[in-house]
Design a protein around this ligand. Structure first.
Ligand SMILES: CC(C)(COP(=O)(O)OP(=O)(O)OC[C@H]1O[C@@H](n2cnc3c(N)ncnc32)[C@H](O)[C@@H]1OP(=O)(O)O)[C@@H](O)C(=O)NCCC(=O)NCCS
Length: 431
């Protein structure tokens, strides 16, 4: 099946907050605050009339229990016209990719011509829930009319009922965390610790160079951080310009302490941050005299059984997106793969280059294509820059578009793996 966008979706520009290690500069900000900051700055920089925005579509993985539809809350809280509707999407780490493709679908149908998309995550302020038993007692106590009745219920609680119930990074069906799943993938695909550390080093050194060379200046905003405005956030604080292969090689494995290869150094860290992209129909962007940073060419999502190799979704989504774009891997000028773990990127590369995988998983007779790990992620990736789940996809899409503009190249491919065994692939073009 061939597939084409009509009208074409222009990626007018993208912006993000600097990404920060959880518990640092944004420790007091939730995802909504971060989202409001980046969306209002994006609209100001874009110099469009906010009244022109038809919809806000926003990604978020760990939602607030008080404001679940973060997209609409951004409209209401960021001073946008209150007539703009908004909806929130979640596809785990591919949430802002999904926000972008949902916005583009509205444009392609002619239902909208200006859509703000993006995503935010605050791992500093994840909601910590009461245990089920404690919550039941609280609800029952609220219905009691007398203090004695309330106290009688509370007396039935045991100390273990008071333990908090934190959100898990574990898969519901396998019970394994992302890190444990990535460990299994490393073993099954023969990805060595050395290869992972080498890849992590490349991520940090490239991100540090891109930052120093000013490559992120159009896509990373700076701002005094509320609520006290004493610190200015102006750069990603997880990037380690001074890291070395030797330092990485000394770190202890975290998810399989005895035989494992994944460490704090070759995994993405827990991160806070937000991103946003302004999408328009090509016609509207031209009519407004705007120069888009790129155009959406195609996209695809795919999924595999989480009991298989959990984070290999991109290896299934990429060939679909290439087919839909009528391109092959050889046509792609820049590839950016989200780095949940170095082991996951290297495993996806191994699958894409495997004829056996093509035959057994894709129903194809030829491998999708060889990728040199040194040829991807030219400005570093999530290992160095960080990974605020809901925000990452839009960060990468913006970065790839800007990279194509800087280098004068034409096609960019973005992939993101996601919980539940899903993968996202997006192809963008410069002209
Ligand atoms: C891997 C993980 C458990 C590490 O958490 P952490 O222990 O808080 O990590 P830290 O940043 O404190 O790093 C631990 C140590 O490694 C060191 N380290 C980390 N990266 C390093 C680097 N590039 N070079 C040198 N040292 C490094 C730190 O300095 C720290 O050393 P210290 O203990 O002496 O201070 C956590 O980041 C994690 O869970 N990541 C995966 C998240 C995930 O699953 N995401 C979903 C993916 S889709």
């Amino acid at each position: 099946m061939t597939w084409q966008y009509n009208p074409r979706t222009a990626i007018v520009r993208g912006l993000r907050t600097p990404f920060a290690r959880a518990g640092t500069v944004y420790a007091k900000l939730d995802a909504l605050e971060l989202g409001k900051i980046v969306v209002s700055e994006l609209l100001q920089r874009s110099e469009i009339d906010p009244k022109d925005v038809d919809e806000v579509v926003y990604g978020n993985v760990i939602p607030s229990v008080k404001a679940a539809n973060i997209a609409r809350e951004i409209v209401l809280g960021a001073g946008l016209p209150r007539s703009i509707p908004g909806f929130t999407v979640s596809r785990a780490c591919a949430s802002s990719n999904t926000a972008l493709t949902s916005g583009a679908d509205m444009i392609a149908r002619g239902y909208a011509d200006t859509v703000v998309v993006g995503g935010a995550e605050s791992l500093s302020t994840v909601p910590i829930l009461f245990s089920r038993r404690f919550a039941e007692v609280l609800v029952a106590a609220s219905r009691q009319k007398t203090m004695a009745g309330k106290l009688g219920l509370f007396r039935k609680l045991r100390p273990k009922d008071l333990a908090p119930d934190a959100p898990a990074l574990a898969e519901s069906v396998t019970g394994l965390t992302m890190g444990e799943s990535a460990e299994l993938m490393a073993k099954e695909n023969g990805i060595t610790r050395e290869a992972q550390d080498k890849f992590a080093l490349q991520s940090h050194l490239r991100a540090a160079k891109a930052t120093a060379d000013g490559w992120f200046k159009d896509e990373v905003m700076s701002f005094p951080v509320p609520p006290d405005y004493e610190n200015v956030a102006d750069t990603d604080n997880l990037v380690r310009a001074d890291t070395t292969y030797e330092a990485l090689a000394q770190l202890k494995p975290v998810f399989d302490r005895k035989f494992g290869t994944i460490t704090a150094g070759n995994a993405s860290g827990l991160t806070d941050g937000a991103s946003a992209i302004l999408l328009m129909s090509e016609e509207k962007a031209k009519a407004c005299g705007l120069q888009p940073i790129g155009y959406l060419r195609s996209y695809a999502y795919a999924a595999l059984d989480p009991f298989d190799q959990l984070l290999q979704g991109p290896a299934l989504a990429i060939p679909l997106a290439l087919d839909r774009a009528k391109l092959t891997l050889k046509d792609i000028d820049v590839i950016e793969m989200h780095e949940a773990f170095a082991a996951q990127v290297l495993s996806n590369i191994a699958w894409l280059g495997s004829r056996k995988i093509a035959e057994t998983k894709l129903g194809r007779s030829e491998a999708v294509g060889e990728i040199d790990p040194e040829a991807i992620n030219p400005t570093g990736g999530s290992i160095a820059i960080g990974h605020p789940f809901g925000a990452t996809g839009a960060r990468i899409i913006t970065s790839v578009c800007n990279h194509l503009r800087r280098t004068g190249k034409q096609y960019g491919l973005i992939s993101v793996c996601a919980a539940g065994g899903q993968g996202s692939a997006v192809i963008v073009e410069r002209e």
